[in-house]
Each structure stands twice: as C-alpha cells, then as structure tokens.
Design a protein around this ligand. Sequence first.
Ligand SMILES: *Cc1c(COP(=O)(O)O)cnc(C)c1O
Length: 825
Amino acid sequence: MTETATSPQPAVHFEPDDQVERLKAEILRKLAYSLGKDPAVAQPHDWLTAGILAARDHVVDVWQHSTRESYDTGRKRVYYLSLEFLIGRSFADTLNNLGLTGPFAQAMRELGVDLNEIETIEPDAALGNGGLGRLAACYMEAMASTGVPALGYGIRYDHGLFKQRIDGGKQIEVPEDWLSFRNPWEFERRESAYKIGFGGSVTGTDKPGEIFWAPEETVFAVAYDTPIVGWRGREATTLRLWRARAMHPLSLDAFNQGDLIGAVAERNRAEAISKVLYPNDSTPTGQELRLRQEFFFTSASLQDLVRRHYRQFGRLDDLADKVAIQLNDTHPSLAVAELMRLLIDQHKMDWEQAWEVTNATISYTNHTLLPEALETWPVALMERLLPRHMQIIFGINARFLDGVRREQPDADLATLSLIDESHGRRVRMAHLAFVGSHKVNGVSALHSNLMKETVFAPLHRVFPDRITNVTNGITPRRWLFNANPGLTKLLKETCGEAVLDDIGLIRRFGAHASDKAVHERLMAIRRENKLKLAKIIRQDCGVTVDPDALFDVQIKRIHEYKRQLLNILETIALYDAIRSEPYRDWAPRVKIFAGKAASNYATAKSIINLINDVAAVVNNDITTRDRLKVVFLPNYNVSLAEVIIPAADLSEQISTAGMEASGTGNMKFALNGAVTIGTLDGANIEIGERVGADNIVIFGMTAEQVEAAKRNPRPTAEVIAATPHLEGVLDAVAGGAYSPRERGRYQGLVDGLRANDWFMVLNDFESYRQAQRHVDGLWADPATWWRMSVTNTAHCAWFSADRAIREYAERIWNVPVGLPAQTAE
Ligand SMILES: *Cc1c(COP(=O)(O)O)cnc(C)c1O
C-alpha cells in the first residue's frame, strides 16, 4: 500500500492544461451548486469557500482510500486525544500537500481571483493555546505523511482562543468566532452521537456487568470530521471533534408555562461544554466546566473507538493489538477510568483483564513539570460529577498501592498515591495517566530526565522502564516549504528536489556553509521575507522598520518562565547604552514580540503593557531612531507565526532552564535559518548538539544551577548590586520612566522581582546581556552570520515531526509506518 500505484489517482496526473480546466470547472460547480452564487456577484469569501470545497473533494478521495485500506487490513490505528488542536489555516497546506498549488492558482487566476489573497481570509482554527495544541496539529499531518492510520479526537469549540487587541499598550481580549462563515472543511456526523453522563448514583454489586451508573444528566456528543491530507496526497488522517448537544433542546413544560429561559436551560447547560476553549497554558483551572469538557471528549472518544473495534472484531481482549491511545497531557487522563468502565460495566470483563487491556492500549505524554501546572481535581467534585469513575480510580489506587507495599515495603506510599491527601483530597491526574499507561514520554531529552528526577521520581522507581523520551517535532511542510518558499527553492537547487520527500537530504545544504553565492541568495530571501513582515508591522503597529536591521524575535505565549521580561529589561539596558554612546556603530535591531497572556494572568498582562510602553518611548526617540525599534505585534497565532518566523534573524528561546519542556518554536526558527539565543533548556540543548556550539548562542544558568539557587537563594539585592546596569533599569521601570502618566504602573512588577526572583531574571541578566553583545559581533560579520544560518537549516531535519512520529510508532504504539522512511541523518 505504500506505493502511489494503489492510491487514488489525484488530478495531478492529468495534462497540465486539462487539469487547470478541470479545476476551474470544479470551483465553478461549487460556487453554483453548493453556494448558489453566480461568479459575477461572488465575493472573495465565496471564492474561498468554493475553492476549499473543490480542494476538499480531492482530499476525500485520498481519505476514503486511507480509511478503507486501514479497515480492510485491520491495521493498528492511533487515537490521539488532545483537548487542543491549534491548526491555523488549512487551504494553502492542503493544496501544497496535494501538489495542486500551481494548477489551483492558475485556475483561480483564469477565473479572475488571486489565490494568495483569498487564502489570507481563511480564519485560523485556533482550538488551542500554544505549543501543546500546535504539536497535535503537526502530528496529525505527520501521521498522514508517514502513513500511520490515525484519528485525532478533541472538542469542536464554538469559540477558539480569544483575539488579542492592544489598546493603550494593554491586552484586550475579544471573542473569536471562526465558525461565523461555517467551516467548509468539516463533515457533521449526526449519526455518530454518544451519550455522555454526569452525576447521579451507582448501584449494584461488585461483579462485572452488574454495576449500574444512573447519571443525573446526559448530553450528546456529536462528531464533526475533518480529513487531514499528508504530503503528496498519499494518505489522510481524520480529526474528529465533538460538539455538545442537549438531549432535549427545549422543555415544552417550561415553555408552555411561559418560562422561556427555563425552557432552554438544559440546552444552554449542555452546549456550554463545547462553547469555548479555556485560555490557559501551563496553568490548571479549577473550573467544573473544564472537568466536564475533559470527561465529555474523553468519554465520547473512548465510546467511539471501543464501538468501532467491537463492531469489526467482535471482542475487546485484543484491543491493544489494534488500538493505540495517546494522551496529549493529562487533560484526557480520565481515559484510564473510562476505558475500565466500558470494559467492566458494559462488556463484563473482569478487573484484571480490563486493567491489562487498558494499560497496554494507553500511553501518556507529559508536557510540564511546573508544580503549579500539574492537574488535580478535588475528590468531592469527582464523586459528585463522575461517581463511577471515582470508584474506579480508588480501585486502581488500592491495587496499585497494595502491589507496591508487597514489593517495595519501604516505598513512600503518600507520594505514589493517585490521591493527594495533603491539600484536601485531590486526584493527581498525572499519576492516574502514568499508572494507567504502558509508556510515558517527555518531550525533550532534558525534560524526560527531569521527569525521572523530580515529579515522577517515586513512580519511576516503581516502573523503571515506563518513562521514555520523544523529542517534539514540527511539520516541515507547513513551517518550511509553505512558510518560506524562497528558502525552499534554494534548498531544492542545492540539495536536490528529493529534499521535499526526504528532509534528511537538507544536510547537503551544509556543504554551502561558507559559499558566498549561497550567502547572497539567503540574504535576498531573508530580506524579502522581512519586507513582508515590515508591511504588517507598519499596518498593525504603525512603526516603520528597516529590513536591513537585525530582526530579533520572541513570539510565544506570555509567561514568566518564558521570560519576555528578561528580554525587555535587556532592551532597556541596550537603549540606555545607545543613548550614552550615540556615535558608536551599534548594530541596528528591531525587537519583535508577539504573544497572548491568559486573561487572568495579571503579571503576564503587565509584561505586555511594559513591552508596549517601552516601545512607545524607544520608537519616538530620535537618538536611537536608526538603531533600535521595539514592536509588539497583536494577536499572535499560527498564521502570524508563518510570516514572522521566515523573517527572523535571531530566535529568542530564553526560558528559565528546566522550565520549558521542549519548545517547538525554537525548531521552526532554526530550520528557517535563524540563529538561536537561548538557555540550556528543553530542545534548545538538542538543537545545540546538532548545529554545534559555534552556531548557537547559549547563556545563563543550567537547570541544575537553577535548582540549586532555588534551594539556597541568593538575596536579590546582592544579585542586583553585583550586576552592572540592572539597578538603573529596575529603578527606571519602577519609577515610571516608561509610564509617565501612571508612574506606579510597574512598581508591583519590579517589587515582585526584588522580593523573589523565582524565574532567575535577575540572576541571568548579565549573562544574557553579554550574549546579546556577542550576537552584535556575529551580525557585524556577514560571512559568520550566514554560515551560522546555513548550518542551522542544514542540521535541523531531525526536528521533523515525521521523525517524532516514527519514534512514537516504533517505541510506544507498536504500529508500522506505512510510507518509506527518510534517509537516516
Ligand atoms: C509553535 C507555536 C507555539 C509554540 O511556541 P513555543 O515558542 O515553543 O512556546 C505557540 N503558538 C503558535 C501559534 C505556534 O505556531
């Protein structure tokens, strides 16, 4: 099945002219018969929808072939459960993966439509906060590209991540409404609806099949399917998102009594579950609605996959031979209890066998070790909302702790227990996922090692073979080929066309590391990308920037551990330095920031405000006019990242060491040839190993040093006194130099730093500042800079999501990859 010969024959195989004619006809048919529009009055949005519907037909051909093939052969399938899928736009990627970009553009052109223009009006599907959700989206595409049969399960939120406006320097959250023009990619499956229960009581005996949970409340989960096509259109995966619907959309009793609000109360309560994405990233939320969301999509997904398996094979004891369930973080970790419930209560399996099946089927990816981000739910809430699941969790815990007691009598049961008894009684969701899985993976080498040494150390001692590492990856189709066509063209010329199919061949680019002609080409490509970004900066920030300046970029969610504050404080020091020596030949820089802060995260919002306030001062100062600009681009999302990353010279990956599990932004930048300034954290370490120490700028404390400094903190006053420039910078910020109309605006922010430098901003300041001045020197020498750039691109193929998927397939899922492997790097 790996050969294209048995795949459906996409329109690619028609003669070019026929193909364009055919596509024109297809688009016009969609316009007329699906949208009811005449070309003469069609609006850009109509052309977009017609184009998507036409493209979707080509995807469906591939998709049905993939699905039928995996059904017929009974191949093992991967079910990827994720509360977030940060997809962005799909039109351009889909056309490119199908090999239809050129013919489609031509067809549209002949219809009088600019394909590039209509592509930019497709709304981003922003069903995620950041890296975790984007990872899920990259993996769905990479599984389609490597030939791993897969279904992604998540929630079809009516409203994705909020839109961010910047007003007076402050973040304003505006509701997002991606479905307002409907979603032409999806297929609604009214027939695939499952009942999801909440509350109620449990009766019956302890025997399998004789326990009855009578939920107090039941909602429907309705499936919406979107096919995701892989590279060269050979295979497609399915993204199945659940929408909550009420069992009784209208209470006639209440309606007849004139109680119009009461008549739709049940409906509102049910539909709230898939109404909106929680705007949180690496912070847990204690909202009951969040727990309802987690159970809702987990239960629907498990009912769906168990039913599919049972229908095809008529038994469930062999589930793990055909099904691999991957939990993307702990949000779906109720899957452990839900699968047990389905096997025992509905299929009468005994506990031991159900446990064996569950454990062999499920695996879990951990994404954070920050203690404040580890999910726990109060036992009391779980007992009220999910009484049967709470029983099962107690059952799992009792058997687990009994086993430990027998084999390791001196183990500390309190740290192993699924129930944390020290903060009221709470269920530790990471423990539940860990104990219920056969493999648990971290997302970078450092992070997986820290898992063994910190949060999961006690569990690791009990299950020494369970923790493994799969360093994250990104899809090169979206993040290189589509986002950076200029560089892609150069790579095809220097590495051969086959680099598109075998990203490992990109290492051939390394032979050109000191090739002046290649440097010239790269400079021109980067400059064009920067001009495109400069235009957006002018439109969105009202600031004109010089495309020949160094574009220094930090784009990611705003969080204290990611340390945008370190960056902006150093920017202030640089600003001061330029003003005190205005005639030195400072390397011109544009400091570019973008990112959203969770709406309830006051410190992160204050940091956004500070960046904008600093920008207002710096950008209006004529002494620094040609050397320094600071911009904060509003509404960071996937589409903006696709424009910013290919235009970046310097990639800021400056998290406090030990706190960024992996990062994936770092990989996107390096693959596009930006130089990284970063700490020894997450995947930065592995990027450094591949590109070599000369081609990355590393600074700051190591994870070990951070740990030691936390155990034995140095007084911040002492750190500040020992650090040149720092006192002046902090005083200026605290005293209102950047907020003249509200002088106390940042007093709290600075006081917080002085009281407790948890994120080592003060500790790392001088090391970071010196690293930045080192960057100035590198930038001043183009031969060096572009050698670094070439080397970064040439050695980052390993960060392809295809490599990550192959590792999951081999080491965790035990599924064969259907499409040929790349050349080993
Ligand atoms: C890649 C990506 C992220 C993750 O970035 P990090 O720098 O790894 O935190 C977040 N948001 C978007 C839109 C992305 O594309």
